[in-house]
Design a protein around this ligand. Sequence first.
Ligand SMILES: [Zn+2]
Length: 244
Amino acid sequence: MSSGYRDWILGSSTEGRELRVRAFAPQGRAAEILHVPGPASWPWLLFLGGVHGDELEGVWLMEEIEHAWSKSYLAAGLGALVWSSVNPDGISRPQRANARGIDLNRNLPTRDWTAEVKNPRYFPGTQAGSEPENQALTRIIDVCKPMAILSAHSFSKVQVNINGPSREWGERLSALCGYPVTEDIGYPTPGCLGTYAGAERGIPTITLEIERGLPKERVLEMHLPLIQASLDYWRLLEKRNLRL
Ligand SMILES: [Zn+2]
């Protein structure tokens, strides 16, 4: 077997569903992977799906990746964390928000976080970082310090939205899927991952907005190559850094 992974349970959602991340060790390093989230001697990439529970396109993509890598994960020197259902309560309905009606991508503890509700669709909660899903997300970012993060959403305005130093990576993905690279999604998004990880922590972060309503087979056909390209891109960059 060329895959070594562990499932890390980061807690549970409001309704008691597991918050489960699958951690894939670099090729040949399976024995070194910890049973609980913790620092590793290799860099991690973090892949997220289903932050918004009604954006199943991203869940399908990450579930497929998880399935494929569980059979064979071939990156040397680079681990991957796949969290395909960040918002399992929302996915179960399906609805955008979590079980408490909070938009997880407006609830992260960013400097620009605000409790102000401009539109109930984007309800940020009454306190930043209040939600179990986001506490798990900030924990995994703190503990594993991913070198890059890709979160798959879906939207009518398709785009590769970049935050932090991710222009070159974004352009690679854009060349593969034909979506434009954007730095601004078109409206303010306080408490979002791009700000939390990208702008405030300097972690290259891509919010991939897949075409809403695209059939599952097209989502996989179009977007699986982007995930593989991301792995290849960061693996090469890491190799280059090691040589410096
Ligand atoms: Zn979304």
